[in-house]
Ligand binder design. Structure first.
Ligand code: AP5
Length: 257
């Protein structure tokens, strides 16, 4: 692997020893002012879109496990461990990657979770076992989650969002063919990279992903409700409207160390 990788989210996307160019602000150096959020919700509900907006608003880092897996998929064959190759196959089919592989990946990047700038976890945890692992790590480090935001949307709208999604192969910016079309068809507004449709946004994989969500991830709603951390947000409307709704709920949250 390239050991000189440096840039926004590089440490998360590529793992150690990559380094990030984004540094926490002076205010965030004090951990009390940092946000540590988990975003829950079915595939396609708009977690990634909200995570980007929240990261900008709150100054915390957007950490998506899906992005780490997709970045690993871009590496040459000899740079991929057997566990990672198997993980990419699960992902293509729309199934969840085994907990052991995902936790290994997150643990390797735990510096991003402990970073004083705070974080917005998108796509992790996704099973009760992963939630328990995260809870254990946070307890060891004497840190708490600020809140868990659960986005809610009817299934037909989810399928519409997923089937129209287009992603930049270069900077990973997300568009939608009708809701958020790029200025030039097939070209990223941000970096002029090529836009593509994710393999797991094909119809067959969408069904598998929604089933996996209901079976394995939906139980986390009760898990975090029991911990007093859950905030439910309706994910209908424009991204800015949903962000405003999320911020309203977050403003009522007491800050924890
Ligand atoms: P991951 O990348 O996490 O995918 P996901 O959770 O299925 O979520 P998506 O990225 O599909 O959707 P999103 O909610 O972020 O929506 P987005 O903002 O893009 O995971 C992929 C796979 O990796 C998994 O299936 C699994 O195999 C594996 N994996 C990852 N983490 C794992 C873990 N912890 N354990 C096990 N396996 C794991 O929006 C969708 C579309 O809608 C976009 O086109 C967007 O422009 C549009 N849109 C967004 N908001 C709005 C709006 N308000 N109005 C209209 N359109 C909107």
């Amino acid at each position: 692997m390239n050991t000189s990788i440096n840039g926004d989210r590089a440490a998360w996307l590529h793992g150690p020893p990559a380094d990030c160019s984004a540094k926490p602000s002076a205010v965030q150096e004090d951990r009390k002012h940092s946000w540590r959020l988990v975003l829950l919700g079915a595939p396609g509900v708009g977690k990634g879109t909200q995570a980007e907006l929240l990261a900008e608003r709150l100054g915390a880092c957007h950490l998506s496990t899906g992005d780490v897996l997709r970045a690993a998929g871009k590496r040459s064959d000899c740079d991929q461990s057997p566990a990672m190759k198997a993980a990419l196959e699960y992902m293509r089919r729309g199934e969840l990657v085994p907990d052991s592989t995902v936790w290994e990946m997150v643990r390797e990047r735990s510096g991003c979770l402990l970073h004083c700038g705070g974080f917005i976890l998108d796509g992790f945890p996704r099973t009760l076992a992963q939630a328990e692992s995260l809870k254990g790590l946070m307890a060891t480090e004497k840190l708490s989650l600020s809140a868990v935001v659960n986005y809610e949307l009817p299934v037909d709208e989810i399928v519409r969002r997923l089937s129209g999604r287009r992603t930049c192969e270069n900077c990973k910016s997300v568009f939608h063919v009708t809701e958020k079309p790029p200025k030039i068809d097939g070209v990223c507004d941000r970096c002029a990279g090529r836009l593509f449709q994710r393999e797991d946004d094909r119809h067959e994989s969408i069904t598998v992903r929604l089933d996996a969500y209901e079976r394995s991830t939906a139980p986390l709603i009760q898990f975090y409700k029991d911990l007093g951390l859950l905030l439910s947000v309706v994910a209908q409307g424009s991204p800015d409207e949903i962000l405003a709704r999320t911020m309203d709920k977050l403003e009522a949250v007491p800050k924890r160390t």
